[in-house]
Design a binder for this molecule. Structure first.
Ligand code: TXA
Ligand code: MG
Length: 316
């Protein structure tokens, strides 16, 4: 089936309130008509996602901001101009059009315009914004290829195979306040890049128990094999010839059974692109556990370390 045939079948499914997995530049998404609460309810069910965790709404035109939000903040358009289509999600006050189930009852909604021709065409042909979390079961490894989606969500109504995601990790999520922006989830678009448009400003004294972004759990992105960070806390029971290594530096690799070299060019962005696909391969291989070399926590390294720490959290 050609990609355009896949898109038109998928759009029919979205219009009928069914679920479609589709490619974006970050990771594959599991999509539903964002304005149809029944379709969105099915989405939470298939993903086994707790309903306290809100969804990102994907749009194909900046005009949609007017319908979906009560925004009158011009900074949003400056950000859209610079970063959309692209891996930036902006949290904004929601309009009444957005069903509460999409935002998990929050007064705000996360919006993003994906930089992928298939995703954009799907949204256009469906005639509605598309609510989509990453197309994995809740808490598990994110999908950057169609076959990764099949591993976890084989019973989705339709899956569009659009090849491999170019960015490889989820969008950067920001919220706006009177003085600037805050980062709720790190991604490939860094704080420094956003600061070229508006200042960074973390609201002081925010009640940290009042969770800003419910999905920012400590454990996430977990493969079904134990994963440990290669730092001073590495357990001493590790039998290296039975382990797979996620290597950034390419150093000290000889003792491992399998080595996944994440960035042959030494670039952290390349590392992000390959990260989830490499963990999927190790998950499917015969190694007993996965060891992840740490990367410098600067720029995109912040997002990479965030994923690795969350993946390793439950094995600490
Ligand atoms: O790159 C991405 O963002 C991918 C692709 C498919 O677009 N989507 C994605 O969605 O990563 P998901 O559901 O896996 O992660 C969305 C995160 C959640 O952790 C959620 O808590 C947060 O966004 N979020 C969504 N709406 C929010 C809101 N109104 N306020 C705060 N956080 C929000
Ligand atoms: Mg996710």
């Amino acid at each position: 089936m050609t990609i355009s045939q896949q898109i038109s079948i998928a759009a029919k499914h979205i219009k009928e309130g069914n679920l479609v997995a589709f490619p974006t530049e970050t990771v594959y998404g599991l999509g539903a008509d964002a304005l149809n609460p029944y379709a969105v309810a099915k989405l939470f069910e298939l993903k086994e996602r707790p309903t306290f965790d809100p969804l990102i709404v994907h749009i194909a035109s900046v005009e949609e901001i007017k319908r979906l939000t009560v925004n009158n903040d011009n900074r949003v358009y400056e950000l859209a101009e610079r970063f959309w289509p692209g891996p930036l999600t902006i949290i904004l006050p929601k309009s009444n059009l957005v069903p509460d189930i999409v935002t998990a009852g929050l007064p705000t909604v996360g919006i993003r315009m994906p930089d992928h021709p298939v995703a954009i065409e799907l949204i256009r042909q469906s005639g509605c914004p598309i609510a989509a979390p990453s197309a994995n079961k809740f808490g598990q490894l994110s999908p950057t290829q169609a076959k990764h989606v099949n591993k976890q969500l084989s019973d989705v109504d339709f899956l569009i195979d659009g090849g491999e995601s170019a960015v490889g990790i989820e969008s950067t999520i920001i919220s706006l306040n009177e003085k600037g922006f805050e980062i709720l989830r790190h991604g490939i678009i860094t704080k420094e890049e956003i600061e070229e448009i508006i200042p960074y400003y973390a609201v002081p004294d925010r009640d940290k128990t009042n969770i800003v972004s419910p999905g920012m759990l400590k454990s996430h992105y977990s493969p079904n094999k134990p994963i440990y960070l290669l730092d001073k806390n590495i357990p001493d029971f590790i039998d290296y010839p039975k382990a797979g290594l996620l290597s950034f530096s390419g150093k000290d690799t000889a003792k491992y059974k399998i080595v996944e070299l994440l960035a042959p060019d030494g670039n952290l962005k390349t590392c992000a692109v390959n990260l989830f696909a490499a963990i999927h391969r190790l998950e499917e291989s015969d190694v007993d556990y996965i060891i992840a070399e740490t990367v410098p926590e600067v720029g995109v390294g912040i997002a990479i370390m965030d994923k690795l720490k969350k993946a390793a959290y439950r094995y600490k």
